[in-house]
Design a protein around this ligand. Structure first.
Ligand SMILES: Cc1ncc(COP(=O)(O)O)c(C=O)c1O
Length: 376
């Protein structure tokens, strides 16, 4: 039997009655746009993550776009982004006419390397045509980035720090929750995320009243105080009421799911200890991951290929997050020097791969996965 890579069916079955009841209530009251469930979810998730303000938006990508728009990012501005991540942070900067400046990542956490970020900040001083405006640190695969050092760096450089928490909602770093770091945090409720809705959705978090007001205006076509008054150029970036209702249902089991994900990760760690030349992930001291992906490292590209053949033979699904660093992507290479510029990101792309990960992964399936890897 094939093992599911993620298992949303089991999750949905757990909350199905509550989900149906909440969705039916929305259909009944009919406030499909910015209905009461959106407000209720915003205050629930603000409280959960330890922020004073949360704004529901249409996706994780739009959360980043709205954050950058609220900060007035545009042509002539530079935005630091990791070279090894999902494309959205760089993409949103470019959409606004800004220049993404790539930064290498840490070989253990896979998150933005503060030393590489410091270097990028000092190199930017030699480029007077660019003004550094923001740093976007991604909490990759569910582990918060090194916000101690990155906050210091952002303060010293007098720029804004954005936490891309699309993969880390619910994670912790030294007792602080994901979505509480930086000036603005952005998350995604894409269905496969640790907290996912039934389509697209996202949220921005901040403690700044002015930023909140700007994002609320921007996501509704730049609306002002009066109906059909538009005080700025905006977009349609609202979170649907039905998606908010679905998220409220999923939140009832989310803390339990985080615990289950961590049990699965602990079991993987034990089982994979016996696989030669395979490095299992370990969140850094003081961090709890939500394991959006369970990514391991092979020795090199040939080793990864051999491991994939062994997994395929056993019907074990696998995926590569990510096969190409952003500075080598056809659409982004114009913003970088070329291969060799970010050696850690380049090496990770050749060696990394993800194994099945979800809260309902059975012990015997994990044993089968580990055995398949050992057989290789
Ligand atoms: C790091 C990161 N940022 C942003 C996004 C974009 O989120 P969405 O798919 O909700 O637009 C994702 C989605 O995979 C992501 O992984």
């Amino acid at each position: 039997m094939t093992i599911p890579f993620i298992d949303l069916k089991t999750q949905i079955a757990r909350v199905r009655d509550d989900l149906d009841r909440r969705m039916a209530a929305v259909v009944e009251h009919g406030q499909f746009i910015l209905g009461p469930e959106v407000k209720a979810l915003e205050s629930e998730l603000a409280g959960f993550s330890g922020r004073s303000r949360a704004i529901g938006v249409s996706s994780g990508s739009d959360a980043l776009l709205l954050a950058l728009m609220a900060l007035g990012v545009g042509p002539g501005d530079a935005v630091l982004v990791p070279a090894f991540t999902f494309v959205a942070p760089a993409e949103m900067a470019v959409l606004l006419g800004a220049t993404p400046v790539f930064v290498d990542v840490d070989p253990v956490t896979f998150n933005m390397d503060p030393a590489s970020a410091e270097q990028a900040v000092s190199e930017l001083k030699k480029r007077p045509e660019l003004r550094l405006k923001a740093i976007i640190a991604v909490d990759l695969f569910g582990v918060p980035a090194d916000f101690q050092r990155l906050t210091t760096l952002a303060k010293e450089a007098r720029v804004v720090l954005i936490e891309d928490a699309a993969q880390s909602f619910g994670a912790e770093r030294f007792g602080r929750k994901s979505c509480s770091f930086g000036d603005i945090s952005c998350t995604s409720f894409f269905p496969a995320k640790p907290l996912g809705c039934l389509g697209d959705g996202g949220m921005c978090f901040t403690d700044d009243e002015e930023i909140e007001a700007k994002i609320r205006s921007l996501l509704f076509h730049g609306c002002g105080e009066i109906r059909y008054e538009h005080v700025r150029i905006g977009v349609n970036g609202r979170l649907d009421t039905l998606q908010a209702a679905a998220l409220q249902a999923k939140m009832t089991i989310f803390p339990d799911e985080i615990e289950k994900r961590n049990l699965v990760a602990d079991r993987y760690r034990e089982l994979l200890a016996g696989v030669k030349d395979l490095i299992a992930p370990q969140p850094p001291e003081g961090c709890t991951s939500v394991w959006a992906q369970y990514c391991v490292l092979s020795r090199d590209a040939a080793h990864r290929k051999a491991l994939f053949a062994a997994l395929d033979k056993e019907g074990v699904p696998h995926a590569i997050h990510y096969p190409m660093p952003l500075h080598q992507q056809p659409a982004y290479k114009q913003y970088a020097d070329g291969p060799g510029q970010f050696p850690v990101s380049e090496s990770l792309c050749e060696r990394i791969f993800a194994l099945p990960m979800h809260p309902y992964l059975k012990e015997e399936d994990q044993a089968r996965i580990a055995q398949a890897l050992k057989n290789a």
